[in-house]
Design a protein around this ligand. Sequence first.
Ligand SMILES: [Zn+2]
Ligand SMILES: [Zn+2]
Ligand SMILES: [Zn+2]
Length: 113
Amino acid sequence: MCLDCVKQKCPDRGSMCLDSGAYLVNYHGCSECKQKEPLKTVDVQKDIEEDGEESVSYQHVCPNCMHVVAEHSYSFSVDGEFQDYNMFCMLCGKGSDTISINPTDPRKQQTLF
Ligand SMILES: [Zn+2]
Ligand SMILES: [Zn+2]
Ligand SMILES: [Zn+2]
């Protein structure tokens, strides 16, 4: 993992959680070969646990010299009535979100009144 290739180390993305792709706005360019090509995704690992927790991890690499720019991890779990999403990546940043599995989210109903 390398910090020279990103503009901002692990930016805060709020509720943005991605299990694929790359946040190229934050890509400064490859520190090894000085090229700025769209990053390749390699070494994708997907795990689904028995309790429904899901995790995805992969590496962002420079397609020109295969330098590893960042490691991306994403996880998804169900906690009671809520689904939790988490993302952590030096390039794409960190984000987390919680969504109710009920179509009528009690928190959203409260805000209507
Ligand atoms: Zn680098
Ligand atoms: Zn490179
Ligand atoms: Zn990423």
